[in-house]
Design a protein around this ligand. Structure first.
Ligand code: ME8
Length: 506
């Protein structure tokens, strides 16, 4: 039976349109989903929108819309990322859907029935914009740490007994050292949990735009318990536990570093308290800045993924984000750097390789691949790097190190270009046609594997490459990687892969 794999993105708040940050996580999740499919896994890939809370209700009111209409509109923009960036989610969840309300309430009831939730009083300085409470000592000149105004609030609230889960959590981290990745985030979380945990307020009585607390119409669930439950909803919880059993043990939650605590402390504690199984891993990636600055509406530097895709194509955006930034660490987005990568890596290294080899076959062999396999030692040395590359790429993907995986694939591309330069097919045309046939066969073997390796990263271009060399659809998965390249018929006309852009135009 195929291995099951479940990858999730955070569900995005609908109080802002999608930007390069949400695109970043979704692209990364998509590469994992596609890669695991190529490995033959049964993959679920979940993304969606987080639609409850005071901020959403306020934004809707400002625009004179009902919260639901407002959510419908903004959620549609997030859904539109799927065709734009060529994403392949198997489910798009909205927290305002009936199935989610049912799952979140079922999780609540499980917790309540097990004595894990109790009614208490919450008091603190409340930042409405952030929907967060702060202690007196956390305020800066009477404002929240983000500079927003705060109001003093005392209200009834349900609490989750988080404090009771300190030891089980520490035990869990010890027994599952890969649960929090990368390593350096793990240490931060361990220190935080070791310093003691307070019970967590999980309901609001002053809010109406949320999921009602079961058996208490005066409260709605606070956004986090509602939001985290989305990962269960998509698996058919609570109606069936079949998918939960199947996918949960190999589930990776991909998140931005700012929500690591919610996913690595609150979420496993809630699941343990409900006696539900735990996901395999939370991978927290770094924060993107734009030209060295924090992205913000007020600075006017929020990058819209639509503009980027229109200018450079989805593949260049996908490639740039995953190649330029070490996944896990913070990184900077700059259009100039994107242009440089597009020209140097994609158009020069990859595009030219494919172009120069295939144009030879079109020109001198009437688009019929001259398969000739009396390989020399040199040819074999070149070809044997590809299985090694696949091995390393698989390891890097399992560590969620996309930049390393791409670097490794590029070793193959650079080696192929070097092979062309050494073999000089333009001279062989005149001097040794038999050797030319062997050299072109070797290069097609290489290009075939490069195409297969790149499929999950730059799907449009990789499929174009594989189409141009007439590879059958079923031969594009890793199970064929070790079998010889076998074209189905002659080569179709050449397509342009990447067009160079002016580097200093912005
Ligand atoms: O936190 N750099 O939603 P959100 C990198 N609804 N990634 C970024 C980014 C940036 N500058 N900006 C956003 C929420 N992201 C909750 C999540 S999950 C149960 C609930 C990405 O709309 C990153 O993945 O604020 C981050 O964690 C996510 O968008 C936050 O999205």
């Amino acid at each position: 039976m195929a291995t099951s794999f479940y990858i999730t993105t955070p569900i995005y708040y609908v109080n802002a349109r999608p930007h390069i940050g949400s695109a970043y996580t979704s692209i990364a999740a998509d590469v994992l989903a596609r890669f695991k499919r190529q490995e033959g896994c049964d993959v679920k890939f979940l993304t969606g929108t987080d639609e409850h809370g005071q901020k959403v209700a306020q934004s809707a009111e400002r625009l004179g819309k009902t919260p639901q209409t407002f959510c419908d509109e903004v959620s549609a923009h997030f859904r539109a990322l799927t065709p734009l960036l060529n994403l392949t989610p198997t489910d798009f969840i909205r927290t305002t859907e009936a199935r989610h309300k049912k799952a979140a309430q079922a999780l609540w009831t499980l917790l309540y029935d097990r004595g894990q939730i109790y009614l208490g009083i919450y008091a603190g300085w409340y930042d409405v914009r952030e929907e967060a409470f702060y202690r007196e000592e956390e305020l800066i000149k009477g404002k929240s740490p983000s500079g927003n105004s705060v109001e003093w609030i005392e209200e009834f609230s349900y609490f989750f007994k988080l404090s009771a889960w300190q030891q089980p959590l520490l035990e869990f981290y010890k027994n599952n050292p890969n649960f929090i990745a990368p390593d350096y985030r793990r240490n931060e979380i361990l220190r935080f949990v070791e310093s003691g945990l307070k019970d967590l307020s999980v309901s609001r009585s002053r809010l109406t735009w949320g999921i009602p607390v079961p058996n208490d119409g005066k409260h709605v669930m606070y956004v986090w318990i509602d939001a985290l439950a989305n990962y269960l909803t998509s698996l058919g919880f609570p109606d069936s536990l079949r998918e939960l059993k199947q996918f949960w043990p190999n589930c990776v939650h991909l998140v931005g570093k700012e929500i690591t605590r919610f996913h690595t402390i609150y979420w496993p504690a809630l699941l343990m308290a409900a006696d539900l199984p735990l996901p395999r891993q939370v991978f927290a990636h770094g924060w993107l800045t734009v030209e060295g600055q924090k992205m913000s509406k007020s600075l006017g530097n929020v990058i819209d993924p639509h503009d980027l895709v229109c200018a450079y194509g989805a593949d260049a955006v996908r490639y740039f984000l995953l190649r330029e930034i070490s996944f896990g660490e913070d990184g900077d987005f700059s259009e100039r750097a994107l242009r440089r990568r597009l020209n140097a890596d994609l158009a020069n290294d990859l595009g030219n390789l494919v172009q120069r080899v295939l144009s030879f076959i079109h020109k001198y062999f009437a688009a019929q691949v001259p398969l000739r396999r009396d390989f020399s030692k040199e040819d074999q040395d070149f070809l044997k790097i590809f299985p090694q590359i696949l091995n390393r790429v698989q390891k890097y993907i399992d560590q969620v190190f996309f930049h390393r995986a791409l670097e490794t694939i590029w070793e193959g591309i650079v080696a192929a270009n070097r092979y062309v330069d050494q073999q000089k097919p333009w001279l062989l045309v005149k001097s040794d046609k038999a050797r030319l046939e062997v050299v072109l066969t070797v290069l097609l073997e290489g290009i075939y594997r490069i195409g297969v390796l790149l499929r999950s990263f730059i799907p449009i271009s990789a499929e174009t490459i594989l189409n141009m060399i007439a590879v059958a659809p079923e031969a594009r998965d890793f199970s064929y990687f070790y079998t010889p390249y076998t074209p189905v018929g002659g080569l179709p006309p050449l397509d342009i892969l990447f067009t160079k852009v002016q580097e200093n135009a912005c």
